[in-house]
Design a protein around this ligand. Structure first.
Ligand code: XMP
Length: 507
């Protein structure tokens, strides 16, 4: 059996990111609610416990607490942000509101004689996001770090193996965060690092079998990385009980429907393509609000799946390639709703399916790619850039019409071809048809045509992103090709916004 680390959730955005960092360091991680009892923890027998951040103040009413006994189990504990404050407060120290809140990248000084910070230089740049701070240490603790505005950035009671940090070691902004987590796991918890991607796949297959039993399953396959990996995993777990439905909603990119059909037809897994362009276009006719568009598309997807389920032995389970960023951005995990990813916030409440099968729900994109490769999916599928479920519908601003979608398809194909031809490095790139028309001149005539926006980003987790500095000669070629080859476009602009403040998609 693998050694485990328990991540106790106090409502922070980053709990799955912490769990993922632990997995990345080859240790099995399990997320449980913050209030779990010490008795239950003893049964799980973790080698370490991590307390996550969260939005509360320890001294506010209703603030979540942990079972105080967990600090006496002789299991190492690392408190992060709220978890750090909670540990202090529950062990008799003091927490109060900061005079100056710290948000973003902050320089701190850490004591590298502390095992947690071993191998680091004293000065570190970390991500802080807090309005409370530890102002008085609990008995038995010493301070191991500080910043200009926060006197106790880190603390430890090494005899009892209790550690706290005010900053977030799990995010990329904390430059050496991974080293800190590794120190906790290896030097403090003495992890054997016995967990691998194969264990993970095996565990998922077991979970799928337990959930599905002898039921039949319909999988919504978009041809994107997530649903393709989901299909591969399910066909290993429940081969004869699965049918993959590819709904061509008319919002696919140029030639994409045929490419997907080619990739999946005649493979071991049962594959059905449904051409439903007309049906979807009618449903979204006249709709301009992005969230309404997403919800209508999500609902229509489910209607198609329900029809197909009836044909496939009355399948009652719907499988989807939902991944963790879809879940948090849709506000489905006690966080703020940024946009309803069609497979999370867009599902109708009254659908006929009695359950969802979402084996990738706690994973991040790059982990999904690794699983895909491990399961033997071809490189071109595993390394495809992400494409949203609602497709070009969220890249065509305002009302959706066949004419506008065709313009976008052509412009997008040119942009992607030139990016590939010039080998520009980017994790995602596409064209957007803005709803803005502007005056132009072509030959001797006045035109009044659409503006196409180009978007290209660099990112690892798609939760934050930077725009790509595409060389000007590439932009120039794309601009002139689109203007010359795509009728209906008279202006081309490049989006130079990061995420945040913008999202990657425009809608
Ligand atoms: P945003 O626009 O939220 O996008 O910064 C982050 C990543 O998610 C993809 N995306 C979606 N994927 N359904 C999906 O399956 C959706 O509704 C959806 N919206 C955005 C997007 O392409 C980017 O990679």
């Amino acid at each position: 059996m693998n050694q485990k680390v328990l991540v106790l959730d106090f409502g922070g955005q980053y709990k799955e990111l912490i769990a993922r960092r632990v997995r990345e360091l080859n240790v099995l991680s399990i997320v449980k609610p913050g209030g779990i009892s010490a008795e239950e923890i003893k049964k799980i027998a973790p080698i370490g416990i991590i307390l996550t951040g969260g939005p509360n103040s320890v001294y506010g009413g209703n603030a979540p607490e942990c079972d105080k006994e967990i600090f006496n189990l002789n299991i190492p504990v690392l408190g992060i942000c709220y978890g750090h404050q909670l540990m202090c407060y529950m062990l008799g120290g003091k927490v109060k509101s900061c005079n100056v809140s710290e948000y973003g990248k902050i320089d701190v000084t850490l004591n590298n004689e502390c095992l947690l910070f071993e191998g680091l230089t004293g000065e570190q740049s970390v991500l802080m996001s807090h309005t409370d701070y530890v102002c008085e240490l609990p008995q038995g603790f010493v301070k191991t770090g500080y910043s200009n505005d926060c006197p106790i950035v880190a603390m430890e009671n090494s005899a009892k193996k209790l550690y706290g940090v005010q900053f977030h070691p799990e995010v990329e902004t904390t430059k050496h965060g991974k080293r800190i987590l590794k120190n906790f796991l290896v030097k403090i918890c003495h992890a054997k690092r016995d967990y691998s991607m194969d264990d993970f796949i095996e565990e998922k297959i077991k979970e799928i079998k337990e959930q599905v039993k002898s039921e039949k399953v319909i999988l919504g396959l978009s041809g994107g990385v997530d649903s393709s990996v989901c299909a591969a995993l399910l066909s290993k777990a429940i081969p004869g009980q699965l049918v993959c439905i590819f709904v061509d909603h008319g919002f696919m990119r140029k030639n994409e429907g045929d490419e997907i059909e080619r990739a999946f037809k005649d493979k071991e897994v049962k594959f059905v393509r449904i051409n439903a362009e007309q049906r979807f276009l009618e449903k979204v006719k006249g709709v301009t609000d992005p969230e309404t568009k997403r919800k209508i598309i999500g609902k229509e997807f489910v209607s198609v799946f329900e029809e197909e389920a009836k044909k496939f032995g009355d399948a009652k389970l719907l499988a989807q390639g939902t991944i963790y960023p879809d879940v948090i951005e849709s506000g489905a995990d006690n966080t703020a709703n940024i946009k309803s990813h069609h497979n999370v916030g867009g599902l109708p409440k009254d659908m006929l399916f009695t359950g969802l099968v979402e084996p990738l729900r706690t994973l991040f994109k790059d982990e999904v790619r690794k699983i895909g490769a491990r399961l033997g999916l071809p490189d071109y599928l595993v390394n495809r850039q992400p494409f949203p479920g609602p497709g070009l519908a969220v890249r065509c601003i305002g009302e959706l019409t066949k004419e506008k979608l065709d313009i976008l398809r052509e412009a997008d194909a040119i942009f992607r071809a030139e990016m590939e031809k010039h080998k520009v490095k980017a994790n995602q790139y596409f064209a957007v048809l803005t709803n803005l028309r502007s005056v132009g001149v072509m030959g001797d005539f006045r035109t009044y045509d659409y503006t196409v926006a180009l978007r290209a980003v660099k990112t690892t987790d798609f939760m934050t992103a930077e725009y790509v500095k595409i060389p000007h000669y590439v932009l120039e070629t794309v601009s002139s090709r689109i203007a010359n080859e795509v009728k209906g476009v008279s202006r081309i602009v490049y989006d130079i916004t990061g995420k945040p403040p913008a999202t990657i998609e425009w809608e």
